[in-house]
Design a protein around this ligand. Sequence first.
Ligand SMILES: C[S@@+](CC[C@H](N)C(=O)[O-])C[C@H]1O[C@@H](n2cnc3c(N)ncnc32)[C@H](O)[C@@H]1O
Length: 199
Amino acid sequence: MKARTNRWDDHFARQARSENWAARSVYKLEEIDLRFKILKQGDRVLDLGCFPGSWSQYALKKVGSPGRVVGVDTRGPLELPHENFTFIKQDVFDLDPYRLAAESGKVDVVLSDMAPSTTGIRNTDAARSMELALRALEISMKVLSNRGRMVCKAFEGEDIGRLRNMAAAGFRDLRLLRPTATRKRSRELYLIGINFIKS
Ligand SMILES: C[S@@+](CC[C@H](N)C(=O)[O-])C[C@H]1O[C@@H](n2cnc3c(N)ncnc32)[C@H](O)[C@@H]1O
């Protein structure tokens, strides 16, 4: 009997299952990382919107045993078999970045793949996505160490310029990338901040 597939069961989804990643989105982070050298051995990483966990899995692999990954999501629990992984079940709007920094120490990389539950109403969805991206940027500016890096999901539209301008106040280098694994109909792209200037 032919296996049942759904419309999202594409090449990346099948590859993710066969390689034991929690989600196909891992290939977006992998492409960004290979291009911009975001994650390094020993890094301390904050992964916002980490569920079901593929970005945290990838980050754990890259940072190795001297590194640390803290994942935050409203969904969960998320259990990954790594002693250097901590999960916080929380809404990012309730997260106290200063307390987090005090408890977790310096953060080298902030990842945000956060996406809102979509309503199908274009403007509403775009506005909610933008709020999440702005919150991820705000947290990054508070917790990142000097020369830190950020990867933040955003959506094409007029607000991307605003996000970019705000990020320019903190990062020496900014890039935008639409990874190959992004679905054709999606308007998502990623803002990548490199070389954070700690003031
Ligand atoms: C596309 S998924 C992330 C996938 C993840 N990067 C991975 O590779 O497994 C987006 C996540 O953002 C989370 N999210 C959305 N709004 C949030 C919020 N306000 N606070 C925390 N997490 C949020 C959702 O619960 C969802 O799990």
